[in-house]
Write a protein that binds this ligand. Sequence first.
Ligand code: SAH
Length: 328
Amino acid sequence: MYNISGREDMVRLLLTEDKPIVSGLFNFADEIRKKYVGDKIILRGVVEFSNFCGNKCFYCGLNANNDKAKRYKMSSSEIMDSVRYIDSLGIRTVILQSGEDRDMDPLWLARLIKDIKSKYDMAVTLSVGEWAHEDYRIWKSSGADRYLLKIETTNKALYETLHPGMSFENRINCIKDLKSLGYQVGSGNIVGLKGQTLESIADDIMFFKEMDLDMIGIGPFIPHPETGLCSEGHGDAELTLKAIAVTRIFTKRAHIPSVTAFSSIDKDFRKAAFNVGANVFMKNFTPERYYDLYGIYPGREKDSDLIHEITHSTGREIDRSKGDAVYV
Ligand code: SAH
């Protein structure tokens, strides 16, 4: 019933509102999660080091057209302070995320990666957008372990409407490039984009499997007032949970975070994701003075105690280790 062999099974499960079927789906995804990636919730530290961005993504509050956004870029020493704090808590992964800042010197980032890797026993994940092969290569050889680059949607026409001036093919090529360089690679989508169908979400999940991703981030769309999608409703949280469950069942081994965007709707959804396939919590360590400026969407929760609430309510333990990719 819950074995998924392809797109049609996925659409059927994403569509159903039948409560026993949905809870059966969630339970099966939870079992698969336990079997392949275990019972612990992997804790990772995120530092959003810059909100400068040259792109004009229709959904994102950091888009270059938003002149209301106050831009910031952390210095290397500010970033190292955050990394030192993450290390002091025993967390062994730092995710360095930013807008796509064309003025960023790739060699500056390379030096920063080397500095982190020489001082700490920590995995470094980058999430800084589309760059040239040579940049990806230099960062890898400087010690970066992982890279997150969400495809956002696999519907080419929708992708290109939402990302003016960007190319769908280039995004896919970047993901392939990162894989070929030996990064552990994460991608993912946004659920509830205007113009997105259930078939298209199923195609996204087919794509995750085809790319054999190590990490998959799936989150609901959250409207931001300074974007073209300001008057749209947010994505359906229940549908997003179903997409996570189907992804867990279909891809089995991927690390799947329960993303902050859930909390912008209701933090119970962020908790619920851990019962339907998710196994990673990305905790924010961006310094207080910058946190609100990283306004990709509004209502980003300050998650200070949430991980403890979650481990308490799920009875699962925290895993602070590097939490490398799991291969089956
Ligand atoms: N510049 C980097 C990081 C982007 S921010 C990159 O291009 O990869 C990380 C993720 O936030 C994006 O990949 C996108 O999926 C998500 N995001 C941005 N705005 C959003 C919104 N309004 N609603 C939901 N998710 C959003």
